[in-house]
Design a protein around this ligand. Structure first.
Ligand code: CO
Ligand code: CO
Length: 320
């Protein structure tokens, strides 16, 4: 992204160069805009659930910055000659349910005709210009907390083959349609050093961005990472996604497995997420308390998954 044409502005606190989740733009000394846009192709057939996932996914980037979503705009591409317009209305109704739950308002949007449906939101939120969470403040001595399980990428692919149980698919959809609102709200009570959400680049890719931006090493205990039911089993069966290889290449030479895992087990950290959880770096002294607050506050899959160390050489990421 750093090579794209752009201009500069002293009030742009977080922009292209940071590879962060959303843009932060200072309006006054007390208020900054958080802006982001995201749209996806349908990972499920049900249009309402597609809307919910796409909505939760887009709004998540505001939560990842510690912001509060305020207004949302639909971004839709739709094959109007092939599909009934009622399908589009279902997609928007699904998104609206998540927008409403977030406390924001769906204020408009734009639809174009396209061969394949795509849907997402442009989201505007607010945050204090000195209190937003970036992905680049992790400190040696911190611990890492992840708030949702990973593995949805491989489950969606395996589900096309009919290999995933109904129970596992339902649990996956519950996780993906869950807003990161509760997790972000609880964590606002702690001294967060860095935060991001886990999406297309997988746990490895987004953890790497945090490590690189913070100039530290993240050490992740692979066995402690929450995974979705049947996701590891699908990798063991040989299922993968079209993105795993790319995600692995993104962190090549910067990440290492210290413990030996079977190759299929390693794949889970490269699994691309849609509407994934939040990854937090916070002082070790607050780790257990924060984790308990999350779990008792309804974020039951939250886990402490690792720690932050001084950077040794250029190995940003250790999986052990
Ligand atoms: Co993000
Ligand atoms: Co995003």
């Amino acid at each position: 992204m750093a090579k794209l044409p752009r201009n500069e502005d002293p009030n742009l606190l977080v922009g292209f160069v940071n590879n962060d989740d959303a843009v932060i733009y200072r309006l006054t000394d007390d208020i900054a805009l958080v802006t982001t846009a995201d749209f996806i192709t349908p990972p499920v057939n049900d249009p309402y659930i597609f809307g919910q996932i796409a909505g939760a996914n887009a709004i998540s980037d505001v939560y990842a910055m510690g912001g509060r979503p305020v207004t949302c705009l639909n971004l839709a591409a739709f094959p109007i000659k092939k599909l009934d317009v009622g399908v589009l209305h279902q997609i928007i109704a699904g998104a609206l349910s998540k927008v409403t739950e977030s406390g924001a308002v769906l204020a408009g949007g734009h639809t174009i005709e396209d061969d394949e449906p795509k849907f997402g939101l442009a989201v505007t939120g607010v945050v204090h210009p000195k209190k937003y969470w970036s992905n680049s403040g992790a400190c040696p001595g911190d611990v890492l907390i992840l708030t949702k399980p990973i593995g949805s990428g491989v489950l969606f692919n395996a589900n096309i083959k009919g290999w995933v149980s109904e129970k596992a698919m339902e649990a996956c959809i519950v996780a993906l349609t869950t807003l990161n609102k509760t997790a972000a709200g609880i964590m606002a009570g702690f001294g967060i050093h860095a935060a991001t959400d886990i999406t297309g680049f997988g746990l490895a890719g987004h953890a790497f961005e945090m490590a690189k931006g913070s100039n530290v090493q993240l050490e992740i205990s692979t066995d402690r990472v929450p995974v979705m039911m049947e996701s590891l089993a699908m990798y063991k069966k040989g299922v993968t996604t079209g993105v795993n290889r790319h995600n692995r290449r993104l962190v090549e030479n910067k990440a290492r497995f210290e413990k030996s895992f079977p190759p299929w087990h390693e794949e889970i950290v490269f699994d691309p997420q849609t509407s994934g959880g939040l990854l937090f770096s916070l002082p070790e002294s607050q780790g257990e308390t924060a984790l308990n607050a999350l779990q008792s506050g309804g974020v039951r899959d939250a886990r402490l998954i690792g720690r932050v160390r001084e950077l040794k050489g250029d190995m940003n990421l250790i999986f052990k």
